[in-house]
Design a protein around this ligand. Structure first.
Ligand SMILES: Nc1ncnc2c1ncn2[C@@H]1O[C@H](COP(=O)(O)OP(=O)(O)OP(=O)(O)O)[C@@H](O)[C@H]1O
Ligand SMILES: [Mg+2]
Length: 141
C-alpha cells in the first residue's frame, strides 16, 4: 500500500481503500491525512475503522480534537483543522497517544508535523475537477 497513487470514484471506494490499508497496520502506526475541506479524509478514516473491526460510526472530531474507538487495535482519530497552537494537541496527550499501541490518524496532519514521530504514513487526498479523488500514500519525509 506504500508509495502508491490510487484513484477513487466514490466515497464508498475511498472507504474500501481505508479498509484495505487497515489490514496492513500494526500497533503504533501513525497516519497523516492531508487534503482540502471535503477531500475525503474522514471518509477514509471511516473505512480504516471498519477495517479495524470498529462497529461504532466514526464522526469528525473537529470540535473534540480526538476521538478513540476500540477495534482489533484502538483507533485515535484526530482533527487538527481548528488548532491554533500545537499546545492544544499536547494538552490532549497526542504525543503519549503516539507512543501507545494503537493507530493514530490525524486529519490536517501537516499542522501537527512537529509533534509527529518519524515513520508516519502520509495520505494525501486531492479532489480532482471531475470529483474523483487522487489518493497518494507514502512515507512522511
Ligand atoms: N471519491 C470520494 N472519496 C471521498 N469522499 C467522496 C468521494 N466522492 C464524493 N465524496 C464525498 O465528499 C465528502 C468528503 O467528506 P469528508 O468529510 O470525508 O472530507 P474531509 O476531507 O474529512 O473534510 P474536512 O476537511 O472538512 O474534515 C463526503 O460527503 C463524501 O461522500
Ligand atoms: Mg474530516
Amino acid at each position: 500500500m506504500h508509495d502508491r497513487e490510487l484513484l477513487s470514484q466514490s466515497a464508498e471506494e475511498t472507504r474500501r481503500i481505508g479498509q484495505a490499508l487497515a489490514q496492513q497496520l500494526k500497533p503504533g502506526d501513525c497516519l497523516v491525512l492531508i487534503g482540502n475541506l471535503g477531500a475525503g479524509k474522514t471518509t477514509l478514516v471511516q473505512g480504516l475503522a471498519e477495517g479495524l473491526g470498529i462497529s461504532e460510526s466514526v464522526v469528525s472530531p473537529t470540535f473534540t480534537l480526538m476521538r478513540e474507538y476500540q477495534g482489533r487495535l484502538p483507533l485515535y482519530h484526530v482533527d487538527a483543522y481548528r488548532i491554533k497552537h500545537l499546545d492544544e494537541l499536547r494538552e490532549i496527550g497526542l504525543e503519549d497517544t503516539m507512543l501507545a499501541e494503537g493507530i493514530v490518524a490525524i486529519e490536517w496532519g501537516e499542522k501537527a508535523s512537529k509533534l509527529l514521530p518519524k515513520g508516519c504514513l502520509e495520505i494525501a487526498i486531492e479532489l480532482l475537477p471531475d470529483q474523483r479523488r487522487k489518493i497518494r500514500i507514502q512515507q512522511c519525509a
